[in-house]
Design a binder for this molecule. Structure first.
Ligand code: NAP
Length: 267
């Protein structure tokens, strides 16, 4: 029997088969969850529908999270289709390309507002909209990155947004704890996705990560999917307000060694 058998799980932020949301969706499917998928633009429908079919998902809904009306409408549709929901995944972020290169002090007011609205406020708005149909024991999760706590060059306003997202995770976990609803974040190492392609210097960061992480390996969407299964399942019943790192241990290292010494260690 799968770990998510009998659970209704909604995944927001599926763009294509490289998306972290796709790794999570597939892992949830493998563990027996009944799935719902939400995506952003109309253009994406062509890419998302065939993926949904692969996992037997019959609920595929568009939702632009900058719109309270669209969030309310999608929650209403979920209520009609599923009745109640056990797992809500927020795998959504956005910052303009100009904000993700060059110095952080060049961040524009509009760029700041946009990044915070789409990447942070949306988690709060979605939580509020879905709360009436969440079962006790339900699990909400979002995706974050280490650039929230340490400087990752070029990550800029998205690092600030991820810090706010992690803080929002803790405040939401506090609010929903008495209802036995949990809220956690997964902090994933760099993965080649559409969103990541917009971050200046991502290619170097990706390569550096494989050289420097204790496990000397990059992270895959399957790794994140498996961690998401744990957070979605009853195995993590008393875990809330946490940031779970899925990063081959990268965040645990204080001093990065380069060259010969690092090479010797990996041999
Ligand atoms: P992705 O496939 O591009 O997913 C990002 C998703 O956010 C896309 O589906 C995108 O839709 C959606 N989105 C953007 N604006 C939206 C809006 N207004 N309304 C609704 N959805 C919107 O990239 P990803 O890397 O899997 O990103 C998923 C999450 O993982 C993000 O929170 C990201 O910050 C986080 N993360 C990524 C990495 C990494 O290295 N890839 C590492 C740690 C954390 P559109 O394509 O239509 O814009």
């Amino acid at each position: 029997m799968g770990l998510l058998e009998g659970k209704n799980a909604l995944v927001f932020g599926l763009a294509n088969d490289k998306s972290i949301a796709w790794g999570i969706t597939q892992a949830f499917h493998r563990e027996g969850a009944k799935l719902g998928i939400s995506y952003a633009g109309e253009m994406l429908e062509r890419r998302v529908k065939p993926l949904a079919e692969k996992v037997g998902c019959q609920w595929v809904e568009e939702c632009d999270v900058t719109s309270d009306e669209q969030i309310a409408a999608v929650a209403e549709k979920a209520a009609r289709h599923f009745g109640r929901v056990d797992v809500l995944v927020h795998s959504i972020a956005f910052a303009g390309r100009d904000e993700l290169t060059g110095p952080f002090y060049n961040t524009t007011r509009d760029g700041f507002k946009n990044a915070m609205d789409i990447s942070v406020y949306s988690l709060i708005a979605m939580t509020k909209a879905f709360l009436p149909i969440l079962n006790p024991g339900a699990s909400i999760m979002c995706l974050t990155y280490y650039g929230s706590v340490k400087v990752a060059p070029h990550y800029n306003v998205m690092g600030v947004a991820k810090a706010a997202l992690e803080s929002s995770t803790r405040y939401l976990a506090y609010d929903l704890g008495p209802q036995k609803i949990r809220v956690n974040a997964i902090s994933a190492g760099p993965i080649r996705t559409l969103a990541a392609a917009g971050v200046g210097g991502f290619r170097d960061m990706y390569k550096h990560f494989a050289d420097m992480s204790p496990m000397r390996e990059n992270v895959t969407i399957d790794d994140v999917g498996n961690a998401a299964v744990f957070l979605a399942s009853d195995l993590s019943a008393r875990i809330t307000g946490e940031v779970l790192y899925v990063d081959s241990g990268f965040n645990t290292v204080g001093v990065q060694m380069t060259g010969k010494e690092n090479q010797e260690k990996s041999e």
